[in-house]
Design a binder for this molecule. Structure first.
Ligand code: BGC
Ligand code: CA
Length: 359
């Protein structure tokens, strides 16, 4: 999958011959003049559509699995070519990629913004060339999406994920008295937060803690740490929490699975017995996250429906690229304000894990 995300030149994916084609493109990177990918898409028949994608960081676990789902959607469709770029966490790089995709004749471009507060260059370029944009996963503000009627967003409702995580944590704390290890009637907790400024980080933190309290759990906040969605950063932060609080941490709520896994890594590296770990919750249900729930290391997670979001993005991309409207999808997806498609989150615990493991 990694090979799909290249800064330049791009990679074209074509259904049945996808793997072969990707391999060919990768091998041709050092001789771009010979690249079969570029010339092939330029010569495409007029009814064939070309979809461009740029993601903020190819190493993000959730997004790389999302892109796998997206490319699977394409396997069934012979009439679509796709190019995928990795923006490597640079908005400037992403701006250039969008311009290049416009020049290369993309009919629609899917943008996972690096900086969700800075979509102006992307919007201006797309508007000028009349190429519609589907933003996904990293939500731009309403004022920006309202700047043109061919801007859309595919994602999920961040508040819902926080509420579901808070409900999972509350029901564990209320039903299992051993979580309150020091027996003081309060749950000592920490929160692991994603990127500062990301809608999912801000909103998940707020709603998960509020929900826990509303459900009647008495809490005592030990601290929070920003770990940028990242497993290794979370491990470092949790290692220092363990140094400060020892077994005094009773609950860890993480904004995503990768950081929850970093917390698990920290407990394992410290040699602490599983029976002495806090309850740990994540959000995403990535394959590694699901395995941690199955293995009883993570108490629960919240499913961020990558299959549903990838399918919605694919359906919307091909519909608008062929001149259709988002409303044509109203039987398949819930559409808000003629611009947004949001998929629902779901709670995952040991009791329903098998359903997700087999997806
Ligand atoms: C996911 C995170 C991911 C982030 C990237 C969030 O919705 O839960 O795992 O790192 O999106 O934007
Ligand atoms: Ca306690």
């Amino acid at each position: 999958m990694k090979d799909l995300f290249l800064k330049k030149p791009y990679v074209a994916i074509r259904k049945s011959s996808r793997h072969l084609l990707v391999l060919v493109c990768v091998l041709m990177l050092s001789v771009p003049a010979l690249s079969g990918c570029t010339s092939q898409s330029a010569a495409r028949p007029s009814d064939k559509i070309k979809v461009g994608v740029t993601i903020y960081d190819q190493y993000d676990t959730f997004l790389s699995q999302y892109m796998e789902c997206f490319t699977k959607e394409l396997e069934a469709d012979e009439d679509v070519d796709v190019v995928v770029y990795n923006a490597s966490q640079s908005q400037q790089t992403q701006n250039s990629q969008v311009k290049k995709m416009i020049e290369d004749g993309c009919d629609v471009i899917c943008v996972n913004l690096v900086d969700r507060t800075d979509p102006s260059t992307v919007i201006d370029a797309a508007k000028k060339a009349d190429v519609p944009i589907i933003f996904f996963n990293r939500e731009l503000v309403e004022g920006d999406i309202g700047r043109w009627n061919r801007l859309f967003y595919v994602g999920a409702d961040a508040a819902q994920s926080g509420i579901l995580e808070g409900e999972l944590a509350a029901s564990t704390c209320l039903s299992d008295k051993s979580i309150d290890r020091n027996g003081d009637g309060k749950i000592q907790y920490i929160v692991l937060e994603g990127e500062a400024g990301h809608q999912d980080a801000i909103v998940r933190t707020e709603y998960s803690v509020d929900t826990l309290i509303k459900k009647g759990v008495e809490v005592d906040k030990l601290g929070y740490a920003i770990a940028n969605w990242n497993r290794a950063q979370a491990q470092t932060k949790v290692t220092s929490f363990i140094e400060n609080y020892g077994d005094g941490i009773e609950l860890i709520m993480s904004n995503n699975d990768d950081m929850a896994l970093g917390a698990i890594d920290a407990y394992e590296a410290a040699g602490i017995l599983k029976s002495d770990w806090p309850a740990i919750f994540g959000i995403d249900g990535t394959s590694v996250g699901l395995e941690a729930v199955r293995d009883d290391k993570m108490t629960g997670t919240v499913y961020n429906d990558k299959e549903g979001q990838a399918q919605a993005m694919y359906r919307l991309a091909v519909t608008i690229a062929r001149g259709g409207s988002i409303e044509e999808l109203s039987d398949e997806f819930e559409i808000t304000d003629g611009k947004y498609i949001r998929l629902s989150y779901e709670k995952i615990t040991a009791t329903n894990i098998n359903k997700y493991l087999s997806r």
